[in-house]
Design a protein. Structure first.
Lengths: 488, 174
């Protein structure tokens, strides 16, 4: 359709009639109007032509009959009085006769100075035939019939002489009838248009209701309601669409359910494995403690091996602990144990417990109290600081800022900072920023756990680069964390 | 066909139908059957209206339709014989005809007249005056009057005074 300017403007027109309802309405009205015009118009024209033809034929017949019953012509050529006399006898009713002989004609002809006799009609009459023509005289249609009255002698074929006789027949009655026909045709058209509009609205409703329902179901599905289904009406194309939609939604629901099941199974598996590992690890830790004590007494390789086993066992324990922690978050079973905490004290206690007090500079305003889970705050700060010490450069600095809506705890280092492609993934589980370093001190879950903890408090953990160098992790905690199930 | 073109055609049809179709429109000339004729009963003379030959009918006694012959008889003597017609022609237009400005250029004194007919429709009219003195209009008047009074006439020749005019045909014939 869209070829050239005409095509593009046509599609513009169709786009302009945006809604389906409007387009249906336009199509129905066009159909109604064109059908009405065709039917009423053809009827009208037929009836009009029939009326006119009957009238004309009747008028022509009447005129020739009157001419036939004219008294016989006496002396020839006729004088003016005779022309007037013949015209008088032929006139009557709606007819006015004009009798012409040579360049003389009967007096009292209508037309008031203007010749009502059309020239082409006179030419046709002189050919020797009866002829008639409709003309407008002062805006009113009249029928002008013309004929010769040819004089022949009884024993001759060729006419001796002749008169021209014209009859002007008014068509006012016929015009009135035809105008009434036109009025009826217009009324028919108007009724047809009204009907078309009603039918269009009806059809539009029939088509648009399923469409609307389908759209509503689609919206619900798009919003995540996988149980959304469209109602199927009847067995038309729209019902097919609704059925297809329902099938698609059902398939989607099944697959999503399957994926969720698999995911939860995988998580449960990790949780189960972590739990199962705990008991043997506890035993191993006990053994490595003993080994550690004897390690310095063991010679050479045996001592190094003992220290290695001890170290790796501790890492494994940390990894398993972190996995169990993450599993709790995934299962939604992590709970806050809130307490009124002096935040600065809590942070300093964390640093002191890990032995980082000398390495880390602090800027912590005293006396800031907040309702927090102290264990989780400890985990967050410890993970962030250990991350900064491991990956960032010294000095590492912990700052606290009191904001109107809560408080920010910022852990900043002065290292190279985070690469732009690392930044979006820094909280991903087991994400290794430095791929060259296959193993690291941490479990790879520290930042993820820190963020889950911040979120559990209704806060957020964000990472950014500092000016001029270094990375900064900021924990935002709203003032007074919400108790689970306590919408404050 | 694009939607726009369909629309244009539709609109054009509507406009034409609505504007051109209403009311009683003037028509062209419609031609019917042949014009009616009327039998006349009389002698036809040809006089002049100005310089134009014009037929004039002098009614003869008309047979009255009877119960036996309800319509006009097709036979009989509807017209006077040519010699008598020429006599009437020499008499010139009567007062009524003069009132219509009819004149004649045929002089009196053509009589006695002899009419002879040959087999091929040629009519010879012998008159008592020198035909060279007759004006062309007068010759036409005589030729037409004789031709009209004598059925089957093809050409008419005027003879008189050792001269002839014609043979010629009536300019109004045909």
């Amino acid at each position: 359709v869209t070829s050239g300017a005409a095509g593009s403007s046509a599609s513009r027109f169709l786009n302009g009639a945006r809604s389906l309802r409007t387009r249906l309405l336009v199509a129905f009205v066009l159909l109604g109007v064109s059908t009405a015009v065709l039917v009423a118009g053809v009827d009208y024209v037929q009836a009009r032509n029939e009326i006119l033809q009957r009238t004309q034929d009747a008028a022509v017949r009447a005129l020739t009959q009157r001419i036939d019953t004219l008294p016989l012509v006496g002396a020839w050529p006729p004088g003016q009085a005779e022309l007037d006399g013949i015209a008088g006898q032929l006139s009557g009713g709606e007819d006015t006769a004009i009798v012409v002989y040579g360049d003389r004609r009967s007096r009292g002809a209508p037309g008031q100075g203007r010749d009502p006799l059309p020239g082409e009609l006179r030419l046709a009459v002189r050919e020797g035939n009866v002829a008639w023509q409709r003309v407008l005289v002062q805006g009113h249609p009249v029928l002008v019939i013309g004929t010769q009255l040819r004089l022949v002698r009884a024993d001759r074929a060729a006419p001796v002489a002749g008169l021209e006789i014209y009859s002007v027949h008014g068509l006012a009655t016929e015009e009135h009838s035809i105008d009434q026909l036109a009025t009826w045709a217009w009324l028919t058209g108007a009724v047809a248009v009204v009907l078309a509009v009603l039918l269009a609205l009806l059809a539009g409703r029939g088509v648009l209701r399923p469409v609307r329902e389908l759209r509503r179901a689609t919206d619900r599905l798009g919003a995540g309601d996988l149980g959304a289904r469209a109602r199927v009406h009847g067995s038309d194309e729209l019902a097919d669409v609704a059925r297809t939609f329902n099938d698609t939604a059902a398939t989607l629901e099944r697959y999503v359910g399957e994926l969720r099941r698999l995911e939860s199974e995988a998580r449960r598996f990790v949780a189960d494995v972590s739990h199962e590992l705990r008991t043997p690890l506890a035993a191993m830790i006990a053994v490595t403690d003993v080994l550690d004590e004897d390690a310095q007494d063991l010679p050479g390789d045996a001592g190094r091996a003992a220290r290695l086993v001890s170290e790796e066992t501790r890492k494994l324990t940390r990894l398993v602990d972190d996995l169990i922690e993450v599993s709790r978050f995934d299962a939604g079973s992590a709970a806050l144990a809130l307490d009124e905490v002096d935040v600065a004290d809590a942070i300093r206690a964390t640093l002191r417990a890990r032995g980082w007090s000398d390495e880390v500079r602090t800027d912590l305003p005293d006396g800031v109290l907040a309702r927090l889970d102290p264990r989780r705050l400890d985990v967050v700060v410890a993970n962030l600081v250990s991350n900064a010490l491991r990956h960032g450069g010294p000095p590492v600095c912990v700052q606290m800022h009191v904001r109107p809506d809560g408080l920010d705890i910022e852990v900043a280092d002065s290292g190279p900072g985070l690469a732009p492609d690392v930044l979006p993934h820094v909280f991903d589980r087991f994400y290794k920023a430095d791929t060259a370093r296959a193993r690291s001190e941490g479990s790879g879950l520290g930042l993820a756990i820190a963020r889950e903890n911040a979120r559990l408090h209704g806060g957020e953990l964000t990472a950014a680069n500092r000016d001029p160098a270094g990375a900064a992790f900021t924990v935002h905690l709203p003032r007074g964390a919400r108790e689970p199930g306590d919408p404050r | 066909m694009t939607g726009r073109r369909v629309l244009a055609v539709l609109v054009a049809v509507l406009v034409v139908a609505l504007t051109a179709g209403c009311g009683v429109r003037p028509s062209g000339v419609i031609t019917g059957g042949p014009a009616p004729t009327r039998a006349v009963w009389g002698t036809v003379l040809y006089f002049l209206a100005g310089s134009t030959l014009t037929p004039v009918i002098r009614p003869t006694d008309r047979p009255v339709p009877t119960a036996d012959t309800p319509s006009l008889p097709a036979t009989g003597t509807p017209t006077l014989p040519p010699a008598e017609a020429l006599t009437l022609l020499q008499g010139g237009p009567d007062s009524e005809e003069q009132a219509q400005d009819l004149t004649s250029e045929v002089p009196a004194g053509l009589d006695p007249v002899t009419i002879t007919t040959d087999t091929s429709g040629g009519v010879d009219v012998g008159v008592s005056v020198d035909v060279t003195t007759l004006s062309p209009a007068a010759v036409d008047q005589v030729v037409c009057t004789v031709g009209d009074a004598l059925p089957g006439t093809a050409t008419v020749t005027l003879t008189g005074g050792a001269a002839t005019r014609g043979p010629q045909t009536c300019p109004l014939a045909g």
